[in-house]
Structures are given as structure tokens and as C-alpha cells.
Design a protein around this ligand. Sequence first.
Ligand code: SF4
Length: 332
Amino acid sequence: MGEDRLFEIARRSFDTPHFHGIEFIEVEAKSIINHVPGNYLPFNWTINPYRGCAHACTYCFARVTHTYMDMDAGRDFESKIVVKVNAPQLVRRELRAKRWKGEHIAMGTGTDPYQRAEGRYKLMREIIGNLTAYRNPFSILTKGTLILRDLDLLLEAASVTEVSTAFSIGTLNEDAWRKSEPGTPHPRKRMAAVKKLNEAGIPCGVMVAPILPGITDDPKGLREVVVAALDSGATHVSPILLHLRPGVKEVYMRWLEDAYPDLVPRYMSMYKKAYATSGEREAVGGEVATILRSLGGVKNPGAPRRPRGGPRSVPGVARSEQDPPPEQLELL
Ligand code: SF4
């Protein structure tokens, strides 16, 4: 648990259209459950089996992490995907450790665990299996409809611990989606996945995120997303206005100049700092809140599930370590 040191073991590319132009850098990590410093986020621990993401969202705040490995935050981030191939084994080892107290673990907070690479490497199946074996509460935030592949495992996990999911769906506008998130599944397909998860009994919310000023922040478009989210049984609908940290801002602004040149002056004045002003953030939040209220609000707020049945025996783990985990922090 702690620092994320990586040791490269192989580089691969695969001769299928799905993985065209993508290089996979297979590494062994020293640890996998990472502590989140400070208390500004509603979770303390994360697991990120991948670095880089072929979903290629132009605004992705994780882009900057690629520069820590002598790669760039632009095309390298999208096409050189670091795969922590020993992630499942590390999860098991770290959950078994005496010092681990069974806290909530958030996934999808760095890069997307259900990005395309997961279709080949299948790390999440084993990770979820290990979290289930130790009855460790977790949440997953994704744009990848591939999560449905693991619905059976999510249901098994939810029968013994607290599980929640959320999809990021900032817009249903076809043009904005194609331009800003070119590697992601269609937002309507993501919305369908939200519905499927909720119908199956896995709480799934919608992050209306990020909302891109001048591109996806029009009231009509926001209403369209909120209506679809409510129709999909979303357990929450949470808006977040775009922020642009150094390193990501450069990539985003280059993209903006090409895709929406008229908006460049507006962004230059709006993003002198990483975050828009509180007034601008509150205006967007208020807009979504008003839409939600006008539609009657979320029908099924996602109360975390309580573990069902008795404590599950975990081979090789003392009974005291198998006690129910502490109260889950609500991530999503
Ligand atoms: S899906 Fe998430 S991690 Fe992947 S590029 Fe988009 S914002 Fe980044």
C-alpha cells in the first residue's frame, strides 16, 4: 500500500482493429491499493490497474500522470497504455495484510478500469473476485460498457459487501461526444448500461461530467442527460463543471483551437486557474438541480447495500480480520 513503483516486463501490440496503434506496456507494480492524501475526496483508497486510457477524452485530468513516466500527456496517454499485470495478485496480498482495515476502495478515479485494454487483460474480473473474497466494499466509476461483462461478479460482490457504480455521461450530443471523447462507447450505450446495472440490483449513478462550457452546458442538452439518467434509474445525478489543471490544459486548449476555435477567448478568461469561479460552478450545478427538481428528482437514491448473510470465511484470514468493514464512504 503506498507508492506506485512500476517495473516494465514487456511491450506488446495486437493486430486487431480494436487495438490499432496502441502499445501495451506490461509492468509489475510494487503495490496496488493507493492511499489518497488529504481529506478533500470522499474516499481514502483507490486501485488503478491501468495508466493511460484509449478512451482518449480530451479533458482527462489523468493525462498528466503519463509525464511522470517520460511520456507525453497527449497522444502517448491515449496510445501507450501501462498495464499492471500483477494487479489482481497484489490486491489479494494487500487485502490479506494485517494492517488493512477493510475500508472502501474506489476504482475509476485515475484512469478507466473498463477501458479497451480490459477486454484483453481481464484484470477487473480477478480484482472484483478478490474484493468479494474479503468482503471489501468498493465502487467503480467508468465510461466503459465493458463493465456489464462482470455483472455476475458485481452481483456476487453485492451479496456480501457494499458495491456501487457510476457512469460519466456529460452529454448526449453526438457531435460533442465524437469530438471530445473519441474512444468511448456512445453515451446512449452508457446510459443503457446504467439502466441494466440498476435493473440488476447494482446501484448506478450518473456523473454529468465534465460539463464543457459553451459545448455541453446548454440547458436543453443538460435536460436531455438528466431525463435519460432518471429513466435509467440513476441513483444520483451529479454535475461537475470542467476543470483544467496544468498539463491537461495545454492538451485541451490545442484541441479547442481545432474543434471550437470561437470558444478559445472564453476559456482563456474562464480558466486562468484550474477551476472556474465558484459562481460559474454554482450556476451549472444550480441548472442541473433545477432540472432535477422539475422532473421530480432521483426516484431511487442509492443507499449503500448492507452485506447480506453471515460473515464469509476467508481462507487463511483470522476471524477478527473478517469482521464487517467500517461504514462505507459514499463516493459516487
Ligand atoms: S475515460 Fe476517464 S480515464 Fe479514460 S480518457 Fe476519459 S476521462 Fe480519462
